[in-house]
Every structure is written in structure tokens, then in C-alpha cells.
Design a protein around this ligand. Sequence first.
Ligand code: NAP
Length: 289
Amino acid sequence: MITVLGASGNTGGRVVRRLREAGVPVRAVGRDTARLADAVARGAEPAVGDITDPAFLTEAMRGAEAAYVLMPLDLAPGYRAQQEQVGTAIATALAAAGVPRVVALSSLGADVARGTGFLETLHEQEQRLAGLDARVTVLRPGLFFESFLPALAPMQATGVHHDTVDPDVVLPMVATADVGDVAAGALLDPASSGVREVLGAEDLTMPEAIARLGGVLGTPLRYERAPDDVMRTVLVEAGLPADLVEEQLAMHAAFNRGTVQSRAGRSPATTSPTTLEQWAATLVSSARP
Ligand SMILES: NC(=O)c1ccc[n+]([C@@H]2O[C@H](COP(=O)([O-])OP(=O)(O)OC[C@H]3O[C@@H](n4cnc5c(N)ncnc54)[C@H](OP(=O)(O)O)[C@@H]3O)[C@@H](O)[C@H]2O)c1
């Protein structure tokens, strides 16, 4: 049996699907029974609870031959404290239940300890997991295509996407489905361990990504680099907690400095199949009545 955290989410949902297709028993963890319905329909056993609770999480890990773990983003104030609470609970539960193999979702840039905003907590989590008596595979994906979703409606309304990544910075961008597929592959491989970068089909600049999104969505779209101060005000006024805004600005500054880089380099082993166009096409088809 394999325990999957975030089983109702992007990567975890895909992991459940792939593991069940392989005939492996799955324990699907999430806070809401209704959101776990797809996992349950695929034959997974639901474990409903909060992963900040080490006692619940230890029971969810009990008896697992492997676990998929991730650090969900909570859009409430107090990012650092929340991440420390979740990260510690995950490491504590894995150790208490003696799970022998772990596949952990991290990020490109998590090799760097400081100056990367959001990504610093993933560096800390990699350190915690390295202390386990377990075979650990760390996945370091690039920027998720899904991270454009919250901005999709405003950019379609105005034709412009504003953000604080410099327009000449190239970033590996990846579909979460591809990340889930790599995670499932690692969970099904008893010999898997070490760091695996998941870089998507290609590296893209923000202007390229936004223009291509527009091409598929049928609306001309362009990217404009917003000054940090302007973006800070816009995001806070939109309701994002101030500390999360600072984490994001710091992460983008790290992108702009070239701190967040692939260390393995692009190769067949780090490249995954789904292009931005293919991903965007699924948005269009799922929006059709
Ligand atoms: N965005 C990017 O570009 C990027 C790039 C690299 C790495 N990452 C990493 O990827 C993570 C997100 O992964 P994802 O997209 O697969 O997740 P996601 O779709 O955001 O889903 C989060 C999952 O975690 C569950 N969850 C959240 N809080 C929980 C809690 N307290 N207790 C139990 N379950 C909880 C949610 O389920 P319920 O809400 O149903 O409980 C959901 O299944 C980020 O947090 C970051 O660490 C992101």
C-alpha cells in the first residue's frame, strides 16, 4: 500500500490515478471526503484529516511501503510557520510509521538555502527528509503551468499579464500531470532515490509562455514586467497575505538573478512530454459545454 498526500490536488491526484492503473493499493489523504471522490472511485482508501496533525498523519502512513509527500501552499498569513508545521509533521509521521521509501515533491531552486522566497521552505524540507532512515526520491520540477490559472481570467479580460519575472529569463515550465507521472514512476520503482528534476517539454520566457497561451485560448495575450512595488500593491489589494506577496517577489527576484537553475541540465531524463500548448488545449476542451 502506498500513501499519497494531496490526493485531491494536481500532482497527488495524478499519482493516485497512475498507481491504481498499476493495480497498487493506495491510501489517499486529504481534508475533504467529497474532494477525494475521484481517488475513491479509482479504488483508493480515503484518509480524511489534516496533515498538520502528526498523530493523524502517522496513522495515514502506518503500514505503507512508500509515500508521496508534498508541502501544500496555504493562502493564509503565516507561510513560514505553516510550512514548518507541515514539514515537521510529515517527517515525524514518516519516521514514526517507519515508511521505507518516500517520494517528495520539492522544486527547482530547493538546492539553494537562502534568497529564494517560497522555495526556502522546500530546501528545509529536503534537509528534514534527508535525515530519515528511508530511501528518498526528491522531485524538483520547474514552474507549473497551473500557476497561471489564477491569473487566466484577468489576463483574458485585459489582454495583458503583469508579473515581476524579467522578460528575458528562461524557466523550465511543466504540467503537473507530468510531475505526477514521474512521481508515480518513482513510487513504483523500489530502487528509486536521489534528486530528479522534472523540467517539462522546454524552457520558456514569460512573454513566450503568455503569447502561446493566448494562441491556444484564442485571445491575443502579452506579458508586461511590472515594477515590484506596483505588483506588491496589486497583490495585497487582491487579498493575498503580505508575507506571501514578499515570498513571491523574493522568488521572482531569484529567478531574475539566475539562482533557480537546473543542475542536471536538460536531457531525455529531465524532459517531460506535455507542452504548454497541449496543456492549454485541455483547458479549452474542458471549458466546452
Ligand atoms: N506552483 C509551482 O509552480 C510549483 C513548482 C514547483 C513545486 N511546487 C510545489 O507543489 C506544491 C503544490 O502541489 P500540487 O499542485 O500537487 O498541490 P495542489 O493541487 O495545490 O493541492 C494541494 C493538496 O494538498 C491537500 N492539502 C492542503 N492542505 C492540507 C492539509 N492541511 N491537510 C491535508 N491535506 C491538505 C489538498 O487537499 P484538500 O484541500 O482537499 O484537503 C490538495 O489535495 C506547492 O505547494 C509547492 O510545494 C509548486
